[in-house]
Design a protein around this ligand. Sequence first.
Ligand code: N01
Length: 537
Amino acid sequence: MGSGNAAARTDVDAVVIGAGFSGLYMLHKLRDGLGLNVRVFEAGQGVGGVWYWNRYPGARCDSDAFVYCYSFDEQLLQDWTWSGKYPEQPEVLAYLEHVADRFDLLPDITFGTYVTAAEYDDATARWTVTTGAGEVVTAQFLITGIGHLAISKYVPEIPGLDTFAGDWYHTGGWPHEDVDLRGKRVGVIGTGSSGVQSIPVIAEQASHLTVFQRTPQYSVPARHETADEEFWREVKANYGEIWRRAKTSAGGFPWQHNGKRALEVSEQERLATYEALWAEGGIRFAVGSYRDLSYDDAANATVSDFIRDKIRQVVTDPETREKLIPTHPFMSRRPIVDTDYFETYNRDDVTLVDVRGTPIVEITPSGVRTSSAEYELDVLVFATGFDAVTGPYFNIDIRGRDGATLTKNWDAGPRAYLGLQTVDFPNMFMITGPGSTLGNLPNSIETHVEWIADCIDHMRRNGLTCIEATAEAQESWTDEVNTAAEASMFSRADSWVNGANIPGKARAYVFYFGHFGKFRQRCARVAGNGYEGFHLR
Ligand code: N01
C-alpha cells in the first residue's frame, strides 16, 4: 500500500491518530458523512493498526471473522467473504486495505508519521498537533484511534539482552520480511494470546523450541476451518439479525449464555454442555454456556476444572502436564483461543520451562539462563505483551487545558467518561479509550465512532464549539467500571487488563466489564438526554 497524499492542509476540522479499524471508520464518518476536513496520521506505512504490526508466526484473528468486521455498510458485508472461521493476519490486513480503497480513504491519511505531541488552546478551543516529521496541524477535534496495544510493546528488563548474539523479536513488532526460523533453536518468553498462537507454528519451523512460561493459561481450541458457500449464504442472508444479536449481547458476539446457572443443572447436563461447546471451539465456549461463569466462583470452578481436565488429557509427559495447569479462574484473564497449543508440548523438540519456579536470571550471548539451567538459543521471541491502553497515550505528549497532562491526570490509573472523553482535554475524543468495553472490538469501535460522529454533528448543528466530560460524570463512570470489574472474574487474576503486567504501573481496570449491549444503550441515552455528563458550549 502506498502512502496517502494528504495535501498539506494545516488547519482542519479533525485530526485522527491511527488508521486501524478505528481511524478508518472515523475518517469515513466525518469526511463522507459530515463533510468535515480531516487528516489522519498513521505511524505504520500502511493501514491496519494492530493488524499492521502483529505479523508474528501464527498471528490470526481469534474472534469469529464473520463478526470481526465492520457492520456499517451492507454492501461491504455482502461483498467480502472471509476464507474461514479465524483468518490469518494477512487476510485481516487485506480486509482493512480493501476498506481503505473502497471508501477512498488513502488520500487523507499520512503514513509513516507518528504524532509526537498535541496541545489544546482554550482560547480557540482547538488542538495543535505536531508530528515526528515536524508537521504542525491545528484541528477543532483531536480523535485518538490508537488502540490498546499496537505501539506500546513491552520487553521486560532482563539483564544481558544487549549481549545476546542471536536475533530477538517482539511478537508485536515482527519484521515485515520473512524470518527464517528453520533449523534454529528458538526461545519464546510469554504464553498469552500471542505466545499461544505463535508457539505451535514456531515449533513446526525450529529445530528446537524452548518456551519460558511464567503463568500457565487456559486456552480453548479454535477448531479453525474454512467456510464453505453454504455457510456464507446463510450468514449473508441473516446479517441483519446477526448484528442485532451481537449489538445487544454481553460481549459483542451474536451468542448468548443459555440463561441457566451452572450449578442449577446436574453435573451430567453441565458436562454435556461444556463438551458440545468445546467440540465447536472458539470464543463461544466462554460466552455461550452458563450465565454465572464470569462472576460466580463456584460456577466458574466447574468450567475451570473442565478445561484443566482437557489439558491433562492432551499432554502426555506428567511433569510438563502439571506445569501447564492454571490455578487462576478461567476468564479472569482475556480468554485465549488456540490451534494445537497443548498438543505442541508432546513434541520431542519442545521444552517447557517454568520461570516462576526457576526465574530467568539473565540473557547471555548464547541464550537464557534461569536459576537452574542455561538454554542455548539462536533466536529469542518476546511474546511478553504490551503496556496496554495507557501506554499508547503516554507515548504522545498530549497537553490539555492549562497544560494538563495525561501522565499526571492518570498517574493512579486512567479515568474517562464512557471511555470517550477525559476531563481537562476538551474536544478530544478517544475511540475505545479507558473504561470502554473489551469483547468483540470492531463492534465496540463502531459504537464509539458513531457516537462521536453524531456528537460532532449535534455540536455543529447547534453552533457549539467545545465539549468536555464533567468531573462528576467521569468519577461516577470510573466507580461503575471498578464495581463491574470487582464483580467479575477479572478481579481474580493479574494481567494487562488491570495494569499488573507492567512493573510500577498503576493498578487500575482499563476496561468496563459490564454488558456491551447495555453499554451501547447507555451511550445512546447519554446523547439522547442532551449529552448528559458533558459540558457543551
Ligand atoms: O500479551 P499478554 P499478548 N518473564 O500480556 C509473559 C490481544 N491479542 O501479546 O502471565 C516471563 O497477554 C506473561 O506472563 P504472566 C489480546 O487481547 C489478540 O499475548 O504475566 N514472562 C504472559 O504469559 C491479548 O490478551 C490476538 O505471568 C513474562 C505473556 O508474557 C492481548 O493482545 C492475538 C514476563 C504476555 O501475555 C495481549 O496478548 C494476540 C517476564 N518478565 C493478542 N513478562 C487476536 O487473535 C511478561 N511475561 C485477535
